[in-house]
Design a binder for this molecule. Structure first.
Ligand SMILES: [Zn+2]
Length: 244
């Protein structure tokens, strides 16, 4: 591998060759390759994460192109996971990719994610996000969940055994829109923040907020952090405690 590729980031204090080695030996899953997952996957591939699992059941549609910057007009009608894999390999041919183009049942997630070091949950339905949360908490894998609407979005990172989980803050009863209005800059920012959280976690650098909702409001140039305490009635956390 041409080490010049990483020359700018190994200069970052504390990162160095060791940080690069940590990334190259890591496997990260990106679940959902839309407006959030696409930029996240691009930055992880560009940073030198060694192995990515790319999951998306949909094909590229024209209405995706305001925000799903992995894709071009030539990808219309093609599987998002397959088009994403090609795009990322053209950026970094040393990357290992596993492509999943079907719907994932929760039991499939256990098999697929079990040897990942980090999971980026870029799905756009809370039922899917809560399923990812259950699986990652049970497997002991850190996960960051992303949300975006209009000009604002948020991320929430859970580390099993250390922080609250997504189910501690997101109940089962939630309103969901059929079609979420959103600007591409919002999903891009959230995907980038999620990729940064994965990179910082994998290299043990910085202090990315764990167990906190981090809300980015682009329309009013605000970042708000809301710490979430473990909910003592959370069935997911209760399960993790019972197992450990
Ligand atoms: Zn919980």
């Amino acid at each position: 591998m041409n080490q010049d590729r990483w020359s700018r980031q190994v200069l970052i204090p504390g990162f160095g060759d060791e940080g690069q080695l940590n990334l190259s030996e890591s496997k990260v899953a990106v679940l959902g390759l839309g407006g959030i997952g696409g930029p996240a996957a691009l930055y992880l591939a560009a940073a030198g994460v060694g192995s990515l699992i790319l999951v998306d059941r949909d094909v590229v549609e024209i209405s995706n192109l305001n925000r799903q910057i992995l894709f071009c007009v030539k990808d219309l009608g093609i599987s998002k996971a397959e088009a994403a894999g090609k795009r990322l390999l053209s950026l970094n041919p040393d990357l290992k990719v596993k492509i999943v183009t079907r719907d994932l049942a929760e039991s499939d997630m256990f098999t697929l994610l079990k040897d990942c070091q980090f999971v980026l949950d870029c799905f756009d339905r809370n039922t899917d996000r809560l399923a990812v949360n259950r699986v990652c908490m049970k497997l002991g894998i850190p996960a960051t969940h992303g949300f975006a609407q209009d000009f604002s979005g948020e991320i929430f990172t859970a580390i099993p055994g250390k922080s609250a989980c997504l189910a501690c803050t997101l109940g089962e009863n939630f309103p969901e829109l059929d079609v979420t209005p959103v600007m591409g800059v919002t999903t891009g920012l959230i995907g980038t923040a999620m990729a940064a959280t994965a990179i910082l976690n994998l290299t043990q650098l910085g202090d990315p907020a764990i167990g906190e909702r981090i809300i980015y409001d682009l329309a009013f140039a605000e970042i708000i952090k809301i710490p979430i305490k473990k909910n003592i009635h959370c069935p997911v956390c209760m399960d993790v405690r019972a197992e450990s």
